[in-house]
Ligand binder design. Structure first.
Ligand code: MN
Length: 443
């Protein structure tokens, strides 16, 4: 499937919701990401909404008032009368696209007055709501799709042979923990665990190597039955959209526990998500070729090779991670950017990760979350975690307050952002994913 451009991508269209037309807004009418929110005042439950500027359009409210009753959107609007995006995700791409086009028509500046007045009654200020997890995630899988990240990390442990022999053949991944996924703004408790310092006896205590991982997540829309697979040419039709993921990691716990079965308690204590899911439709203008493999690299095996995926399976999306320490916050200093990387530099595409995941007949389900792994690039400024940035603590970073960081300290807040830009198109953003570190619990 090639990404389709239509009237919803027209950069000249503005919204009657004025805040959506501000150039710095992540949520112009060309974006229309879905999320789940709860109003702080009204005592209502969780509801599905769409971001427009600094507002949220309450789709449950729209639907229950009969404002999305047209045949083309009845199915998708009914699915929005839920406390999660799972029902909408399970419908697949067609109904989602129809809903996007209808919402675009309702929110554009020249929409009929009746549409504008009706929708205006269902707008809430984003400052008046709490954003929740967008979906009930049955399973969360984390990949390792940046060859730059894999090489930088590999060098710390195997300087002469950083990449393992499977890397260029298999989109490497592991099963993460879905129960500890948390929405942006949720504080993250410093985990305790077993660590071993050199040859000393292992001990149990708070991690001394707490790290963030700058990642992109994508949600499964329609899944596949157990025992069946998802061909690469159909893979994108099974993806709903993307969000930011901070895959917090305790490096000292991880390095002692991970052999031979891989990541476990060093990862499963928390994973933070941004609340807005930017759909594959909104991303259409920003698709690009898959990563150009170096001469001599093997071609993807046939089941991971799709012509359209090679041509358009990449995504030109800038990701950024910044840090705000307690002292910076007290001094009124803005968060300092620690890394900026682009998703087009990933060795594996989203479609390849999804197809590989289902290639053994493993059933993916609507609402499942697949994350890319740390997004890093060739440049030193493009490192998506502290493990890489500080070479496992060897070269600490200096903050604007002259504080140094090998790894995260209590009170540090980590902020992820993502934006897509292209000449001739309206810039869209993913919003932010924030989380601050709480001290470890008493043992
Ligand atoms: Mn990760």
């Amino acid at each position: 499937m090639k990404p389709v451009l239509d009237e919803t991508h027209d950069s000249k269209v503005q919204s009657w919701v004025e805040s959506a037309n501000v150039a710095s807004s992540d949520f112009p009418i060309q974006n229309l990401p879905f999320g789940v929110f709860r109003r702080r005042d009204a005592g209502t439950g969780a509801r599905v909404g769409v971001a427009i500027g600094d507002r949220i359009l309450d789709l449950h409210g729209m639907q229950s008032e009969g404002l999305l009753a047209e045949e083309s959107v009845r199915l998708s609007a009914n699915a929005c009368a839920s406390d999660s995006l799972n029902p909408l995700m399970s419908l697949g791409a067609g109904p989602r696209r129809a809903l996007r086009r209808r919402l675009h028509a309702i929110l554009r500046q020249d929409a009929p007055a009746s549409d504008r007045q009706a929708a205006a009654r269902h707008l809430a200020a984003q400052t008046d709501v709490d954003m929740l997890l967008p979906a009930v995630v049955g399973d969360y899988t984390d990949f390792y799709a940046s060859i730059f990240h894999a090489t930088n990390v590999g060098k710390l442990f195997r300087p002469d042979n950083p990449l393992l022999p499977n890397y260029k053949y298999i989109p490497i991944g592991y099963h993460g923990r879905a129960s500890s996924l948390v929405p942006t703004g949720t504080p993250v408790r410093r985990p305790s665990g077993q660590t071993r310092d050199g040859e000393a006896d292992p001990k149990f205590g708070p991690t001394k190597a707490l790290d963030y991982e700058l990642e992109l997540g994508f949600f499964v829309s329609t899944g596949n039955p157990l025992g069946e697979t998802i061909p690469i040419r159909e893979a994108e039709e099974h993806i709903f959209g993307i969000c930011l993921v901070n895959d917090w990691s305790a490096r000292d716990i991880q390095s002692w526990e991970y052999q031979p079965l891989g990541p476990f308690l060093g990862k499963s204590f928390a994973t933070s998500l941004s609340p807005w899911v930017v759909t594959m439709e909104a991303l259409a203008p920003f698709r690009t070729a898959a990563f150009a493999r170096a001469d001599g690299d093997p071609a993807p095996l046939p089941y991971l090779f799709g012509q359209s995926d090679q041509e358009q399976g990449g995504l030109n999306l800038w990701l950024e991670v910044s840090l705000l320490s307690v002292r910076m916050r007290e001094a009124g200093i803005a968060p300092v950017v620690l890394g900026r990387s682009n998703f087009r530099d990933m060795y594996w595409t989203m479609a390849q990760m999804l197809t590989h995941h289902a290639s053994n007949g493993c059933n993916l389900r609507a609402g499942d979350l697949l994350a890319s792994g740390t997004v890093s690039g060739a440049d030193k400024t493009a490192r998506g975690c502290l493990l890489e940035l500080t070479s496992r603590g060897k070269d600490p970073v200096t903050l604007p307050t002259e504080e140094q960081r090998k790894f995260l300290e209590d009170g540090d807040e980590v902020i992820l952002r993502g934006t897509c830009e292209r000449e001739g198109f309206r810039r869209i953003g993913l919003g932010s994913c924030r989380g601050a570190i709480l001290p470890a619990s008493a043992i």
